[in-house]
Design a protein around this ligand. Structure first.
Ligand code: PLP
Length: 428
């Protein structure tokens, strides 16, 4: 039998003759066995704590109506970041197909070697134009854009002041830089001012915040942040992943939401992987000197493959649609107002501000899971969020509204929430 056959010569964890027991279908090395034990302990711990994240398998394309493995019928999707409903828009998909034919599957190169096509340059121009900025630079993701920026811009002579609830990728990006670091309490302007005073002598000061915080659907107090920035001669960075394309009257994001002049904020990072077609990619947009420096030095840009042509073309088509119309942002806002007001009237607590991220607050982690399961039984796909994704005791179902949801679909979802809420004693 294979297991007791003569030792094989290959081993996934090393080379033959290096003191390993056999692996690949035979026995494990001591190191591998010990490693597996440790990992298994970690995994079991998560399951026991109820923090394990299950992945539902979707068997259709992304959209308002999707097929989920294990479900007889299609379900209504209320948990995607597909805020504009453009992930499977026919014109967006067609643009991707055309680019595949014309420009190929990928570049097999980073940008500065042989990985820049006309479509990369065009998309960067459109992004800068959309945000009324001087220039922009593409990355494989916004995670990369956040990982690449701070290390290049800030030195030990500088200081960075970061909201305590900023996205993980911002936290990681800031870890990489050598500037003086201060974390201010979430949205707390007194604390931000105190921290700014502490770093008054720094050469450059950068205030860093999510424009919209994805777990709570709340918005950074940008006018106050910009006022403090002026007072203390600091710059402002915002991550607009949950704002670009749909937040603000024409979808220009948090600046527009507050009626601030485009350009008030110095640097914007955002993603192409949510509202803007949902494929992949991220970018930084801002002053041309910064963008040039990032092209020369940002590590995720220099040392990672170019965005594939179909991905570039899909995002580019989305910008064409957005530059031609503001109707999408109005549509998603109208459905958001409808959902939030009906749910509040029904007795639910919906966190955040008037944003399409609508966290239905439940508190208990298991309640959130059971609630989401019962919603799925009623044909509504939503997900419960609990610790460590959100603080303990603040479990919730994060509903996300899309411009593609009809009012009838919004109403049907509210009705299902009411039924399940009554079943589980969340509302009367
Ligand atoms: N920033 C924020 C606020 C996000 O929510 C996300 C995605 O979850 C990212 C950055 C990373 O974006 P990407 O998926 O493009 O890496």
């Amino acid at each position: 039998m294979f297991l007791s056959a003569a030792p094989r010569t290959a081993c996934v964890f090393g080379f033959p003759g290096q003191g390993f027991l056999k692996c690949i279908g035979t026995r494990l090395s001591h190191a591998q066995a010990a490693c597996r034990d440790i990992l298994q302990g970690e995994l079991e711990g998560m399951k026991a704590a109820g923090t394990w994240k299950y992945e539902h398998v979707i068997t259709s394309k992304q959209g308002v109506t999707i097929r989920v493995e294990g479900q007889q019928a299609s379900v209504l999707n209320f948990c995607a970041n597909n805020y504009l409903g453009l992930s499977s828009h026919p014109e967006v998909v067609q643009a991707g197909k055309d680019a595949l034919d014309k420009y190929g599957a990928g570049l097999s190169s980073v940008r500065f070697i042989c990985g820049t096509q006309t479509i990369h340059k065009e998309l960067e121009e459109k992004i800068a134009k959309f945000h009324s900025r001087e220039d922009s630079i593409l990355y494989a993701s916004c995670f990369d854009a956040n990982a690449g920026l701070f290390e290049i811009l800030l030195t030990p002579q500088d200081a960075v002041l970061s909201d305590a609830l900023n996205h993980a990728s911002i936290i990681d990006g800031i870890r990489l830089c050598k500037a003086r670091k201060a974390k201010y309490q979430h949205k707390n302007m007194q604390d931000l001012e105190a921290k700014l005073q502490e770093v008054k002598d720094a050469r450059m000061k950068l205030i860093v915040t999510d424009g919209v915080f994805s777990m709570d659907g709340n918005v950074a107090p940008l006018p106050e942040i910009c006022a403090l920035a002026e007072k203390y001669n600091a710059m402002v960075f915002i991550d607009e992943c949950h704002a670009t394309g749909f937040f603000g009257k024409t979808g220009r994001g948090t600046e527009e939401h507050f009626g601030l002049q485009p350009g008030k904020v110095d640097i914007i990072n955002s993603t192409l992987g949510k509202a803007l077609g949902g494929a992949a990619g991220g970018y930084t947009t801002g002053p041309k000197e910064l963008i040039s420096l990032l092209r020369q030095r940002a590590r995720p840009y220099l040392f990672s493959n170019s965005l594939p042509p179909p991905v570039v073309a899909c995002a580019s088509k989305v910008f064409d649609l957005l530059l031609g119309s503001s109707g999408y942002a109005e549509k998603v806002q109208a459905s958001t107002d409808r959902f939030r007001s009906q749910m509040t009237d029904a007795g639910f607590i919906i966190a955040g501000e008037n944003h399409p991220i609508c966290p239905v607050m439940l508190g208990d982690a298991r309640l959130a899971t059971v609630f989401a399961d019962q919603m799925l039984e009623r044909g509504i796909f939503v997900i419960g969020f609990s610790f460590p994704v959100v603080p303990k005791g603040t479990a919730r179902i994060r509903v996300q509204i899309s411009a593609s949801h009809t009012f009838e679909e919004v109403d049907r979802t509210v009705e299902a929430f009411k039924q399940v809420g009554k079943n589980l004693g969340v509302i009367n």
